[in-house]
Design a protein. Structure first.
Length: 239
């Protein structure tokens, strides 16, 4: 004769299940929200690939993020930055930031692309500019933010005592301006792939794909459902 079973939940497992479900649901909502934000950002990146807008005398803050712009100025090859901890196709390397003097007292940073790590911190890659004609030149590229790190330990401002080019890791614009000794725009320009004087430039939308955030959200909600099922099984006992 099969023994009857009764649903008799215990207080402690019930409390743990409720807390776990609340946490899993909350994490799922957070990932879903991040996915929505990332999707909007990727859509802005796609829209910005179209027409090139002349920047003229405007600031980079005056145009939409990821918009392609045309900017005129003079490159300062004597004072360049190497952004450390930048990878391409799984290989370590640097991104080259070169100041572009738009007019006296005004400058922005032009990201000329990625160069590979040479195997030693003592031997930096060759990023010197060739001899350029006198006067200003035009460059096109996307408006973007400086790359950011989620880990404070991964950041390192440029060393004031180090020679140029200065190696730095996830700095902010104020730190770069201090090292350069003059004001800089808070945004940068990612040099277009068809422009001269650049390196590896396969610009991608920032962050992980939105679909991955949505899949993470579904995983957290699955954990919440499994917690309820497990609690139900554990709470059903023989009479």
């Amino acid at each position: 004769m099969t023994a009857q079973r009764q649903f008799r939940p215990r207080p402690l497992p019930t409390v743990l299940m409720l807390l776990g479900c609340a946490l899993f649901v909350r994490l799922g909502l957070w990932q879903w929200h991040k996915g929505g934000e990332r999707q909007l950002e990727w859509q802005r990146f796609a829209r910005g690939a179209g027409q090139v807008v002349p920047l003229a005398a405007r600031s980079l803050e005056a145009v939409p993020l990821y918009q392609r712009v045309r900017v005129s100025g003079t490159l300062d090859g004597a004072h360049q930055f190497l952004l450390d901890n930048r990878t391409q196709d799984g290989r370590p390397g640097y991104e080259v930031l070169t100041p572009l003097e738009r007019n006296p007292g005004r400058a922005l940073l032009l990201d000329r692309g990625w160069v590979p790590f040479g195997g030693s911190r003592q031997k930096l890659p060759a990023i010197a500019l060739p001899a350029l004609p006198a006067g200003t030149a035009d460059f096109t590229g996307r408006v973007a933010w400086l790359p950011a790190s989620g880990l404070a330990s991964g950041r390192a401002a440029p060393d004031p005592q180090a020679p140029w080019p200065k190696v730095t890791s996830f700095p902010d614009s104020a730190q770069l301006a201090d090292a350069l000794g003059r004001p800089l725009e808070t945004r940068i320009v990612l040099l277009d792939a068809d422009q001269p004087l650049g390196f590896g430039r396969d610009w991608q939308p920032p962050g992980i794909p939105p679909l991955r955030h949505f899949s993470y959200a579904a995983q957290w909600w699955t954990f919440a459902a499994l917690a309820v099922v497990l609690w139900g099984v554990m709470s059903t006992r023989r009479a």
